[in-house]
Design a protein around this ligand. Structure first.
Ligand code: NDP
Length: 276
């Protein structure tokens, strides 16, 4: 049986093994997918020893994964981060499905039209770097990247290579930025800190907001978004399922249906049956 895994830290609560087991069952693919706790110091050794055909990589290893790949897709290069590894001879091919996962969730599941939209991206870490190129490819009009550490926002904006469309700002510039059609929280503030207060004027009545985190971690930002008048306020669960489906497609050549898995994880559908 082919082996796959997700590497990261902390990894115990990762939903990826459940999602991939459900996809495998649905498509008839025979594989094993496990979660492996790994940090900067032991990731390369654990990957090499794992015997996997492919892997997902999550916090804090996406840049490490990018660095160890012999070759990378253009979307991974623009992100500087890899969330999907495929065996390529004796080395690894790296890809990044986070951005396409977010865009699929917003456009196909939530019916949003991203074309020409004015977009605010809060955060400039691995997730922000993953989604920025895909948002631009989806045809948004302008992207404002705002980060607590302004130099990282500058670096992300520079990496996109579109100075006319992508602008970096510090957090203190938020009140002067006006309203946005789409607000993306790609910070990890909910993991132990709090997001600085956001001006209500960032949202307009038809704005949409998405927090890339999900569950309890997304509650605070999405509550703010609803209070600010956003018509859509969604968490990152749909993105999680869609990026997993894209990884599954890369590994197995078949794209699984995502709706039942999304419904099960969000508590709206039947429980996931993953055991054979
Ligand atoms: P990183 O650690 O790479 O980046 C964290 C970002 O959050 C940085 O921009 C950091 O700013 C900012 N930040 C952290 N704390 C605060 C705070 N208190 N106030 C303001 N900004 C803050 O994390 P990732 O980019 O990998 O992950 C970000 C989020 O996205 C996580 O919640 C993660 O779970 C989620 N995610 C969801 C996915 C999905 O499929 N749904 C996929 C990938 C990620 P600074 O640069 O100043 O430190």
């Amino acid at each position: 049986m082919q082996r796959y895994a997700v590497f990261g830290s902390p990894i115990a609560h990762s939903q990826s093994p459940r999602i991939h087991a459900a996809f495998a069952r649905q498509t008839g693919v025979s594989m094993d997918y496990v979660a492996v706790e790994a940090g900067h110091g032991d990731f390369a050794a654990k990957l090499a020893a794992s015997g996997v055909q492919g892997a997902n990589v999550t916090l804090p290893l996406k840049e490490d994964a990018f660095a160890l790949c012999a070759e990378t897709s253009s979307r991974a290069q623009r992100s500087g981060a890899v969330n999907t590894l495929l065996r390529a001879g004796s080395g690894w091919h790296g890809d990044n499905t986070d951005g396409v996962g977010l865009v699929r969730d917003l456009t196909e599941r939530h019916g949003l039209d991203l074309r020409q939209r004015r977009v605010l991206l809060l955060g400039a870490g691995g997730a922000a770097r993953g989604v920025a190129p895909a948002l631009l490819d989806a045809g948004i009009g302008e992207l404002y990247v705002v980060n607590r550490t302004p130099a990282r926002a500058d670096a992300l904006a520079d990496a996109m290579g579109e100075p006319g469309r992508v602008h970096a700002r510090g957090w203190d510039a938020l009140p002067a930025l006006g309203g946005f059609d789409l607000l993306v929280n790609a910070t990890s503030a909910s993991r132990g800190g709090t997001l600085p207060a956001l001006p209500m004027g960032l949202a307009a009545p038809r704005s949409a907001a998405v927090d890339l985190s999900y569950g309890e971690a997304a509650v605070s930002f999405l509550a703010w978004a609803r209070a600010a008048g956003c018509s859509h306020a969604v968490d990152g669960l749909g993105m999680l399922v869609e990026q997993a489906a894209e990884s599954f497609l890369l590994w197995h050549g078949v794209r699984p249906e995502t709706e039942a898995v999304y419904a099960a994880l969000s508590g709206q559908g039947d429980a996931l049956v993953t055991a054979d």
